[in-house]
Design a protein around this ligand. Structure first.
Ligand SMILES: [Fe+2]
Length: 183
């Protein structure tokens, strides 16, 4: 039931409680699968930060007198599914999977940033000052992570082989790139 701003706040809180817990697992998986050491270490570090964010959400639940409960976050499910499908089905080159992972992490951060901004606005509207500032701590962490991943993503994007290097006879962009690939 979501008939009031308070209930919407609680709904979103539960969604983020679900999303962050899913992120902890996904970040650990991405850290394990990453080849680039800096990327892997970054994911591990972010997993730890995310664990703290889960705890912080529990403090917000407590502050509003609610038991921490998860509500399936379909948005995060979709983003995680996008990553795992690619890793499973596209047989990516190591450097390509690294670039894809950095990008996937960045997408998740952006999703979280928008979600936390909404939660903070709602908290302020409801006069929940302390809760808003707790959530703002997380927002700032997400923004820092996002900046980090954006740089990683740019760097890793440049370290992938291109059609001409791969020597697999695929047509390169310059002479008529074909999207069909291996068909
Ligand atoms: Fe997070």
């Amino acid at each position: 039931m979501a008939k009031t701003a308070n209930q919407l706040f609680e709904h979103h809180l539960r969604e983020m409680y679900d999303a962050e817990q899913k992120m902890v697992r996904a970040l650990r998986t991405m850290a394990r699968k990453a080849t680039n050491r800096k990327l892997s270490a970054g994911f591990t570090r972010h997993a730890k930060t995310t664990e703290r964010q889960v705890k912080r959400l529990e403090r917000v639940f407590k502050a509003v007198g609610r038991k921490p409960r998860r509500q399936t976050c379909a948005g995060m499910d979709g983003l995680i599914e996008e990553y795992s499908t690619f890793a499973r089905e596209e047989k990516p080159e190591k450097s390509v999977l690294d670039a894809f992972s950095a990008e996937a992490g960045l997408k998740a951060e952006h999703y979280e940033i928008v979600a936390y901004k909404g939660l903070i606005d709602l908290a302020k509207q409801l006069g929940l000052k302390n809760e808003a500032s707790l959530l703002k701590e997380t927002l700032q962490e997400e923004e820092a992570t996002s900046r980090e991943l954006e740089q990683m993503s740019k760097l890793l994007g440049k370290s992938m082989p291109m059609d001409d290097d791969a020597g697999d006879g695929q047509t390169s962009w310059s002479s008529g790139f074909s999207l069909s690939g291996k068909a």
